[in-house]
Write a protein that binds this ligand. Sequence first.
Ligand code: HCB
Length: 243
Amino acid sequence: MTCARTIIGNYIKQSLDFLAWNEGWRGSDVSEDILIRLKAAVVKYDVEQAVALAKEVLATGFDPLKAIEEGLGEGLRVIGEQFEAGEVFLPMLMIAAQAMKESLVILEPALTKGTSRKVLGRVVIGTVEGDIHDIGKSIVAAMLTANGFAVYDLGSDTPTAKFIEKAREVDADLVGMSALLTTTMTKMAEVVDALKQAGLRGKVKVLIGGAPVSKAWAEKIGADAYAEDAIAAVDAAKKLLSK
Ligand code: HCB
């Protein structure tokens, strides 16, 4: 009898523990689950699933920037590491990037929704010459737009002269540059020098970013700031233009 009571008691306790755990999981953060699924979609090169999840992000009111940076972006980071280790090859890297890009088409308009009418400054932004990576640069451009900057996006593989020409044309306050390759980050120094030579450096601030870039690199080439992500880029732009 005592034995039967112990077995039933244990069974009830385990069931209650399970219910508490299940409730805790559901209550704690169903939303975090979408980050895991977004990351997995990129890591599995599943473009369709990534797009479906991007739509789910909007439908559920989940933070689109968090979805981009902590979901899709994390997936790309993993693929990048696998690529570096020789575990995946370029075509797979391209499909993973496609999953991110197609999802961005859906998520980016949600980033720029809160655009304020007062323009905080004019920003010319682009990925430097020889570099076709444009995902991070586009996120930064969208976030700057959302935060009230007028953004002129030159795209990727942007010749140095194009930065200068556009900065002059729109009377820019800030030039933002992105580089993802160690072989192209030197182009950032070229743009800083060209701005000086064009007599624009007194007025135009320079902000840089991208995986191989750092604060030390910004200091070395005479840029005004380095930003590690889109939120830091907005903060830096606001600080630089309020000086
Ligand atoms: Co590419 N690739 N890739 N790639 N790629 C990297 C960059 C490597 C690090 C991968 C690796 O080996 N681990 C590597 C570079 C190694 C190096 O130089 N040390 C590399 C290589 C080698 C190459 C090729 C040369 C491969 C080849 O052809 N053999 C080739 C480059 C060709 C060229 O440009 N001439 C190549 C091609 C590609 C694609 C086309 C397949 C694709 C790009 C698609 C596209 O952008 N349209 C791609 C991708 C996706 C990557 C990885 C996996 C992800 C990059 C990415 O989009 N990250 C990357 C690995 C990695 O970076 N860890 C890999 C997500 C975004 C959100 O992060 O850092 O770009 P982000 O941006 C952040 C942040 O840096 C900051 O804010 C953003 C938002 O948070 N930020 C700024 C960015 N720009 C800013 C500007 C500012 O003013 C301020 C802040």
